[in-house]
Design a protein around this ligand. Structure first.
Ligand SMILES: Cc1cc2nc3c(=O)[nH]c(=O)nc-3n(C[C@H](O)[C@H](O)[C@H](O)COP(=O)(O)OP(=O)(O)OC[C@H]3O[C@@H](n4cnc5c(N)ncnc54)[C@H](O)[C@@H]3O)c2cc1C
Length: 281
């Protein structure tokens, strides 16, 4: 289908994008366009204007600052996957980006677009939960910081006002972290995706953070598994026992996988993600 008519403007800075968004009366930001354009073609989204943020100087990039990693919202999945800094200090995030779609999607799609869109099967949300990322948002009232665990609230629903923009994310790098994903063959979206991060000291798991995507309406932490792991020896038996607790109240069912199949896969991919994280501890 052909989208409804819209105006197109290119933003030159974050403040310019916010000003254009406010002036547009029903406009939307566009970054890679890989989620928004398909919605517009189906007329599920009919923005009056597209404000292009893809070429805002400084909105893309990955850097280390005061022991934390910052990734700009405009950073493409390809650049996250290829980042030497992330590969060295927090390979989970680079691995997750490398799992997204195909080279075309990874070359255009951005971190900010993926987090704002919050597809229930998107990969990044699980990783952002596992590294306990903080999202940096800017709007007409100024800056706001939101924890990933508070950001994802429901089906395509996040803590982001229509006049706000994601500028970037920040997190403390965790080396002992991994992503395990059962992907849908055609699009590569997650049927079940689990990102886990652990800290091990003297053979004992100090804490674990686990983000699940693909299975429910939105990405969520598997807190029962996290609690079951804290204080346990870092052994295969501990992982298996804790992973067996991995579940959700409401699980998706669609043409790609039934609820029963997804329910069966949640503990399997939780265990695999934990094994991957422990192998890096
Ligand atoms: C064939 C195909 C396969 C895919 N496979 C996967 C996959 O395996 N895993 C996966 O996770 N994703 C997958 N995707 C989705 C892909 O990762 C998208 O690129 C991503 O979800 C959206 O990023 P974008 O930059 O393209 O955003 P856009 O499409 O430009 O925008 C998406 C939404 O985010 C908003 N937005 C964009 N930037 C910002 C910002 N900085 N601040 C606030 N709001 C913003 C827009 O207004 C819009 O509402 C796939 C997409 C396609 C087309």
């Amino acid at each position: 289908m052909i989208p409804t008519a819209f105006d197109y403007q290119r933003a030159t800075s974050i403040d310019d994008a916010l000003a254009k968004l406010q002036a547009s009366d029903g406009g939307k930001l566009i970054a890679g366009g890989h989620s928004l354009v398909p919605l517009m073609k189906l007329r599920l989204s009919e923005p009056t204007a597209l404000i292009d943020v893809a070429r805002i100087p400084g909105l893309a990039g990955i850097r280390e600052k005061d022991g934390a990693i910052e990734i700009g919202a405009g950073t493409t999945h390809h650049d996250v996957a290829a980042s030497a800094l992330l590969r060295q200090s927090c390979p989970l995030v680079a691995d997750t980006a490398a799992e997204i779609g195909d080279p075309q999607v990874r070359n255009r799609g951005t971190l900010g677009g993926s987090l704002a869109h919050a597809d229930p099967a998107a990969d990044y949300p699980a990783a952002m939960l596992a590294v306990d990322a903080e999202l940096h948002l800017k709007g007409p009232k100024g800056w706001r910081k939101v924890k990933a665990s508070d950001f994802f609230q429901g089906l395509f629903t996040v803590d982001l006002a229509p006049d706000e923009m994601i500028v970037g994310v920040q997190f403390k790098p965790v080396r002992a972290a991994a992503y395990a994903k059962l992907h849908q063959r055609a699009s590569h979206f997650a049927i079940v995706g689990v990102a886990s991060a652990v800290e091990v000291k003297a053979g004992v798991i100090q804490w674990a953070r686990i983000g699940l995507t693909g299975a429910g309406t939105h990405a969520t932490r598997l807190t029962a598994v996290e609690q079951a792991l804290a204080g346990k020896p870092a052994t295969k038996q501990s992982l298996e026992a804790a992973a067996a607790l991995a579940t959700l109240d409401e699980v998706n069912s669609d043409i790609h996988a039934s609820e029963t199949y997804r329910r069966a896969m949640i503990p399997v991919f939780t265990r695999r993600a934990l094994e991957g994280a422990l192998a890096r501890a």
